[in-house]
Each structure stands twice: as structure tokens, then as C-alpha cells.
Design a protein around this ligand. Structure first.
Ligand SMILES: NC(=O)C1=CN([C@@H]2O[C@H](COP(=O)(O)OP(=O)(O)OC[C@H]3O[C@@H](n4cnc5c(N)ncnc54)[C@H](OP(=O)(O)O)[C@@H]3O)[C@@H](O)[C@H]2O)C=CC1
Ligand SMILES: O=C(O)[C@@H]1CCC=N1
Length: 282
């Protein structure tokens, strides 16, 4: 998996930090058929560790053990926690271990530097931006290689994230934009879903009926964009009868500058990603 398959433990993947995103990946790897014995997890809180062992049958270990036993380390802690995690990882790191980071904003240069500064070897590093629909195997991940990574390391990272959705390769300087689009993207969709349900309730529908209508509408519209190959503008025009209901609604969205708000919001997400990276030493 990490290009070091001749070494004991090379096929073992350790998820360092199993919060929302770490657990999402962990559960996906198990669903995809990876053996629980080939997965290690680290967590700081004992009650959370117990919960993960109980739920997934995986071994929860300390950082040193994970680093010594696994051929691939997946860092899934908050960007602010990355520097201290790298300092804990570095002294135990073996040459050839693949380090895959899911942390927003943190560059491969900062990851490589943190590991070497902590006394570790220069290992292959791959930066990933995943998203939470990985929980239902509909994830979207972008990956970028560090200076010590070759095609085999990108292939390994792609196989890992490919277990839970689609993967694209991008130049690293696009990663903050990717974070704003697909990393945070599910939240924008949930926000719209929430708003539409609330509006349906305001219009007199029961919450249950409003939720069913909105959820299936979003699923159906998403599948149309994905499966017809038609531009979203064309699909929206097909819904918009002349002088009809849809145009009445779209005019209000335009009056409220919703499209412009999306641009500004996503610029803010991109900028925050870069800022989080700087706070973590990038
Ligand atoms: N959530 C999302 O949609 C996405 C998140 N990401 C990235 O994934 C990373 C994690 O995000 P998310 O899962 O939301 O955050 P969470 O806070 O839910 O998870 C982080 C977990 O890491 C644990 N942790 C912190 N330090 C250590 C350590 N040294 N050793 C072991 N465990 C540790 C935390 O424990 P404790 O609770 O004790 O602090 C927590 O359980 C972030 O870098 C984020 O940018 C990327 C894409 C999407
Ligand atoms: O909000 C965040 O910082 C993380 C990164 C992308 C999605 N969630």
C-alpha cells in the first residue's frame, strides 16, 4: 500500500485522530472490505477509544505504537493539532512510511518540515481534502503529492480514499480552493436543505412532508446534474416555465444576491483554509 510492501505492517493503516472525519474514513475502509486487524486508531479520550473499539472492532493504540506498526499514517486531527502530532510521530517514524494528511490548509512542505524537525526521516507525504459524504460512499477527495512522494504514493492515497468515493489529483496550490468547494461544500447543501424545509413549513406543510419533498428534490437534482451531462443552467431553465413559479422564485434569489453570496462565502472558506495552514506552520 505505501510502496514498502516488503516490510512487516506495510499494509496496516493507522488513523490518527478519529473524530468526525477520521471515523468516517475508518468506517468506509471497513465497509470496503479492509480487515479490522489491518487498521489502527489513535484517540486522546479513553471513552472515545472504547466506543471505537466497541463499534468497529479495531485496536486503539498510542501514537508511538501506531507509527511503529503501520505502513500508512492518516492524520485526521484539526489543523491546530497537527504540529504537536507531528512532534509525537517523528521520533518513531520509519523510512518509507506513507503519511497522508486530511487537515485543511496544512501544506505538504509544513508536514515534511515538522517530521524532519522532530527527528524523523524524509518520508513520502500526500495531502488530501476529503468530505463527509464519504460516510455513504459518495465522498469527494482531492489529493496532492509532497516532494518525497512518487506516483506509487499518490496511487496508494487514491486507493485509500477511493474506497469511499471519487478522487481527483490537483496541484497543491489549488487545495485551499478545493477545501472551499468540496471540503466545506456539503455544509452549503445542508444549509440550503434546512432553509427549504423551513420555508415549506412556513407555507403550511408538515415538517415530515416538507423534509421528504426537499430531500428527494435535492437527491433527484443532484443525480440529474451528475448523470445527464447537461449544464446546470440548462437544467434550471427546463424547470423555469415562462412567467411561471420558478422564475418568480429565482428573481427573489437574484434580488437577494444569493449567487454573489456563494462567491464571497467560498472566498472566505478558501482564505480560512490558508489561514489555518499558516497557524499550523505552513
Ligand atoms: N469534518 C469535515 O467535514 C472535514 C474535516 N477535514 C479535516 O479533518 C480533520 C479533522 O476534522 P474533524 O474530524 O471535523 O475534527 P474532530 O475534532 O471531529 O476530530 C479530530 C479528532 O482528533 C483527535 N485528536 C486531536 N489530537 C490528537 C492526537 N494527538 N492524537 C490522537 N487524536 C487526536 C480529537 O480528539 P479530542 O476530541 O480529544 O480533541 C478529535 O477526536 C481536520 O484537520 C479537518 O480540517 C477535512 C475535510 C472535511
Ligand atoms: O470546516 C473545516 O475546517 C473542515 C475542512 C473542510 C470541511 N470541514
Amino acid at each position: 500500500m505505501s510502496g514498502t510492501s516488503d516490510r512487516p505492517g506495510a499494509d496496516v493503516v493507522a488513523v490518527l485522530g478519529a473524530g468526525v472525519m477520521g471515523e468516517t474514513l475508518l468506517s468506509g475502509l471497513l465497509r470496503a472490505g479492509r480487515a479490522a486487524e489491518a487498521l489502527l486508531v489513535t484517540e486522546r479520550r479513553p471513552e472515545r477509544a472504547q466506543e471505537l473499539t466497541h463499534r468497529y472492532g479495531v485496536r486503539v493504540v498510542d501514537t508511538a505504537t501506531a507509527v511503529q506498526e503501520a505502513g500508512t499514517l492518516v492524520l485526521v486531527v484539526k489543523p491546530q493539532d497537527v504540529p504537536s502530532l507531528l512532534a509525537d510521530v517523528a521520533p518513531h517514524l520509519r523510512a518509507g512510511t506513507l503519511v497522508v494528511s486530511l487537515a485543511a490548509g496544512v501544506t505538504t512542505a509544513a508536514l515534511e518540515h515538522g517530521l524532519v524537525a522532530g527527528g524523523g526521516p524524509h518520508v513520502p507525504v500526500v495531502r488530501v481534502m476529503p468530505n463527509t459524504p464519504a460516510l455513504v460512499d459518495e465522498g469527494m477527495s482531492a489529493i496532492a503529492a509532497g516532494t518525497g512522494s512518487g506516483p506509487e504514493h499518490l496511487d496508494a492515497a487514491e486507493a485509500l480514499l477511493g474506497a469511499v468515493g471519487k478522487v481527483v489529483r490537483v496541484p497543491e496550490h489549488h487545495m485551499d480552493a478545493v477545501t472551499a468547494v468540496s471540503g466545506s461544500g456539503p455544509a452549503y447543501v445542508f444549509y440550503v436543505v434546512e432553509a427549504m424545509i423551513e420555508a415549506g413549513v412556513l407555507l403550511g406543510l408538515s415538517r415530515e412532508v416538507a423534509t421528504t419533498l426537499v430531500v428527494q428534490t435535492v437527491v433527484g437534482a443532484g443525480r440529474m446534474v451528475a448523470e445527464t451531462g447537461q449544464h446546470p443552467t440548462v437544467l434550471r431553465e427546463q424547470v423555469s416555465s415562462p412567467a411561471g413559479t420558478t422564475m418568480a422564485a429565482v428573481r427573489v434569489l437574484d434580488d437577494h444576491r444569493v449567487r454573489a453570496a456563494f462567491v464571497t462565502a467560498m472566498e472566505a472558506a478558501r482564505d480560512r483554509s490558508a489561514e489555518l495552514g499558516r497557524l499550523a506552520g505552513s
